[in-house]
Design a protein around this ligand. Structure first.
Ligand SMILES: [Zn+2]
Length: 197
């Protein structure tokens, strides 16, 4: 169940960041993993945040934000890009589960972004990831620092922007201040999440 104090996107974000600080410091509490919690969620869910994260095995949202069952509505796809099915999933979280926050979470050393940045020939359906990533890579060229990481940050920013402008469901919620949409960047080495917007 949602904690009573969770009402705004800002508060949801603070809760995530507090959990991430615990995780990064190695003092995770692993809250709400127990059988009672599991049973209490049998018929309903009230997550306090939705996260669009990369499918990468090193970026599980519940772990890096030290949250429990029923806390985070997670949509995961390589490169944390948007497609219709991911957008529909996030619309469901915002409109039917009333999450006040959607976070788009990119990360360092993202294989999907690196493949596009390197111009690697992508086989099969892996190639379907590239069109959404390529504009971010182009934007990141010429920036100081690591191209892959800069491009991954741009993917998160661009995806968050697409969500905020998405009609007919998410844009009105964002305009009315009922939905916070934020981009963030996870550092695989330190375990810390950096806010981008
Ligand atoms: Zn990735």
């Amino acid at each position: 169940m949602k904690s009573p104090e969770i009402i705004t996107g800002r508060q949801a974000l603070e809760r995530l960041l507090r959990g991430n600080q615990r995780f990064a410091r190695g003092v995770s509490r692993h809250p709400r993993h127990d059988p009672d919690r599991r049973k209490s969620l049998d018929r309903s869910q009230e997550p306090f945040a939705a996260i669009l994260a990369c499918a990468d095995s090193r970026v599980p949202p519940e772990v890096i934000f030290d949250q429990g069952l029923g806390d985070i509505f997670a949509a995961r796809v390589a490169g944390n890009i948007l497609n219709d099915q991911v957008l529909g999933s996030l619309e469901y979280a915002a409109c039917h589960l009333d999450v006040p926050l959607i976070m788009v979470l990119a990360h360092t050393n993202c294989g999907a972004v690196k493949a596009v940045a390197d111009g690697t020939e992508l086989q099969g359906h892996i190639a379907s990831l590239a069109p959404a990533i390529r504009p971010a890579v182009e934007r990141a060229r010429g920036m100081e620092g690591d191209l892959t990481d800069n491009a991954a940050r741009e993917v998160a920013r661009m995806t968050a922007g697409q969500l905020a402008a998405s009609e007919p469901l998410l844009a009105p919620l964002a305009r009315e201040g009922r939905l916070t949409i934020t981009a963030a960047f996870y550092h695989l080495d330190s375990g810390r999440v950096e806010l981008l917007s």
